[in-house]
Design a protein around this ligand. Sequence first.
Ligand SMILES: Cc1cc2nc3c(=O)[nH]c(=O)nc-3n(C[C@H](O)[C@H](O)[C@H](O)COP(=O)(O)OP(=O)(O)OC[C@H]3O[C@@H](n4cnc5c(N)ncnc54)[C@H](O)[C@@H]3O)c2cc1C
Length: 291
Amino acid sequence: MTLADQYSSDGCAISFELFPPKTAEGINSLCENVERLMQFNPKYFTCTYGAGGSSQRTTLDVLERVKKLTKLPVASHLTCVGSNTDQLCEYLQRATDIGVDYIVALRGDPPKGSTEFSVTDGGLRYANELVDLIRAKFGDLGIAVAGYPEVHQEAVDAKTDLENLKRKVDAGADIVITQLFYDNADFYRFRDDCVAAGINVPIIPGVLPVTNFKQAQRIAGMCKAAIPASLEAEMTRDDAPEHQFRVGVEHARKQTIDLLENGVPGIHYYVLNKSDAAVELLDGLQLAGQP
Ligand SMILES: Cc1cc2nc3c(=O)[nH]c(=O)nc-3n(C[C@H](O)[C@H](O)[C@H](O)COP(=O)(O)OP(=O)(O)OC[C@H]3O[C@@H](n4cnc5c(N)ncnc54)[C@H](O)[C@@H]3O)c2cc1C
């Protein structure tokens, strides 16, 4: 099934994002959690991609395992960091060879220690160029690109950021998956702006169930996702891990229910290789493919 078709039927199609674990135990625990997440009938799983050889290999190793385990489509994230176009094509070929169905095509963040993204010799500067490359050489792969409800941190302004998003869609992206956000109003504003700008592909909100306040702060700093004052006040009211977990999961559940009521075609969950939070937040909700 094509990536866009995953969102063409009634109901909300969900997907889960994983990252490459560093250890063998990490892979085993990831597989157990993937099996638990299958109860929600996800449409596909994705795995993130980091700069540096070993984690790139692991992205494909993880996806090969997950595909075998679930028989579902899988998506590899891919960034332009540290690779020239030949190396990007080699990766795309390996991905195709092991049965990867979709690519989340990204520019990537500046590597640790640098504040600015720099182009690799013979490489690409922006994600729209990666979409061009995939469309030209690996036309069968579905393509997702990243969108930013709270505006990308390096963007000149919101309007320019949206024009750049449209460039990626015009290059052939099938869907947009958004950066995580904690206030759905940011997503609805972004979705309306996308429609007004002529971006006519499914816009899939990205939701992260935060499970402790320190993590929420770290992620908010990295992704420029503002933590609402009410969530901060409720989370910091008590240091107990169970309290913070419950508040974070309850917030993500409320976000999910509101998104479902507002007719989103799908939701992408940043589950960070875990399943406890997702199992609690999705329990009993009406999603696509659920009886
Ligand atoms: C769903 C999702 C998944 C992610 N997965 C990963 C991952 O696996 N690994 C990882 O390292 N990072 C990942 N990221 C983070 C991402 O790499 C960073 O946010 C990165 O800083 C920007 O990537 P991009 O693809 O959005 O870049 P781009 O779309 O290239 O945009 C980067 C900046 O340049 C501007 N811009 C874009 N195109 C042009 C143009 N043609 N001319 C001028 N300006 C332009 C944009 O407005 C923006 O400010 C993910 C983000 C999301 C939302």
